[in-house]
Write a protein that binds this ligand. Structure first.
Ligand code: AOF
Ligand code: ZN
Length: 332
């Protein structure tokens, strides 16, 4: 069995929900049957929802049994109970890959390690340990009942995936999001595909604050809501050194249920999403944690980002028509 290969499948699945799981970590899981055939690839999608392992086991169960009654179920407790009741010996000899140590605690959902144990998995391949002491302990628990545990597969990549979780637990994580075209231009209307914009709206829905520069507020007059995902609109911080220059007739001030503040610095706690252009990016080069670029397969004249910051690529994937690239400044 090519452990790194299957772990990378789990990693790719998890990255699609990176940050969307806030305040939980992004986690991916893969299930193979007793012959080593691939049954399911899945990820944790939102806090309060089923963990990655449980969603992967749900899909693997449907493949193995032909029973479709749990397909699409996102209720963690119901899944735990139903899988324990229905799976019988289907998972005997099976292998599960998880980017993060399966939890051993009852949080908003029951413990994943308990489910893996109850279903009779033969082997668990785990990327990295859970830095949350309340949830950790799954590795010991699995070993104690005789499940073969292989630890540290693609460890660095699994730790990288977990970095925002570690940072916001310690205080704050700042993501700067920028959309650009192939030739680097960032102005002149909509840039990224609908799938990318829907993803960003989901992120707005979970972030503690959406931060935007006073210049963008002035020129784009944006609404900054979550209309494509149906989530609650985020509270907004407008970065400005001169409070009085922000025009309060701009639509974003009138989105119901939202608070808007004008401040000269970033909020200090939680998950902070910054949406802005090249000027704001330049001014926050030393401050943000990660940069997420959406690159749309189009060309158009205009203003571009001319930064020369040294960046480390963390991950890339496709979203709709676009390419998304997660980057980190070298200073970070
Ligand atoms: C896993 N698999 O996919 C994730 C885990 O409140 P809960 O029940 O959702 O538990 C949240 C904690 O569980 C979170 O702080 C982290 O330590 C762990 N996340 N564990 O086995 C997963 N997302
Ligand atoms: Zn869990």
């Amino acid at each position: 069995m090519d452990h790194p290969f299957y772990m990378r499948l789990a990693l790719d699945a998890a990255w699609r929900f990176q940050l969307l799981t806030y305040p939980n970590p992004a986690v991916g899981a893969v299930v193979l049957d007793k012959h080593g055939a691939l049954l399911a690839v899945s990820a944790h999608e939102r806090a309060g929802g089923p963990h990655a392992e449980v969603r992967a086991v749900r899909d693997a169960y449907a493949r193995l049994s032909g029973d479709e009654s749990l397909n699409g179920c996102e209720e963690a407790l119901r899944l735990h109970e139903a899988l324990r009741q229905k799976a019988g010996r289907l998972f005997e000899g099976a292998t599960i890959y998880v980017t993060l140590e399966p939890c051993a605690h009852t949080g908003r959902t029951p413990p994943c390690a308990g489910l893996i144990e109850a279903l009779g998995f033969k082997r668990a391949v785990i990327g990295t340990r859970d830095p949350n002491p309340q949830a950790a302990g799954g590795i010991e628990r699995l070993k104690a009942v005789g499940i073969e545990v292989i630890e540290g597969v693609e460890k660095e990549a699994c730790e990288r995936l977990l970095e925002p979780f570690v940072r916001w637990r310690a205080g704050r994580f700042v993501l700067f999001k920028l959309a650009q075209r192939l030739n680097g231009t960032v102005d002149g209307g909509t840039i990224s595909s609908e799938a990318s914009r829907r993803w960003v709206h989901r992120l707005r829905g979970v972030a503690d604050r959406l931060v935007i520069g006073a210049r963008t507020v002035r020129t784009d007059r944006p609404l900054l809501d979550c209309r494509l995902s149906g989530d609650r609109p985020p509270n907004v911080t407008i970065l400005s050194r001169r409070r009085e220059t922000v025009d309060r007739s701009i639509p974003l001030f009138f989105v119901p249920g939202r608070e808007v503040e004008i401040a000269d610095r970033l909020p200090e706690k939680g998950l902070i999403l910054v949406e802005g252009g090249p000027a704001l990016l330049k001014s926050l080069e030393e401050t943000y944690d990660w940069l997420l670029l959406f690159i749309a397969p189009r060309l158009k004249e205009g203003l571009g980002y001319n930064g020369t910051q040294e960046l480390i690529k963390l991950h890339q994937s496709a979203l709709g028509e676009d390419i998304t690239v997660w980057l980190k400044a070298k200073h970070g």
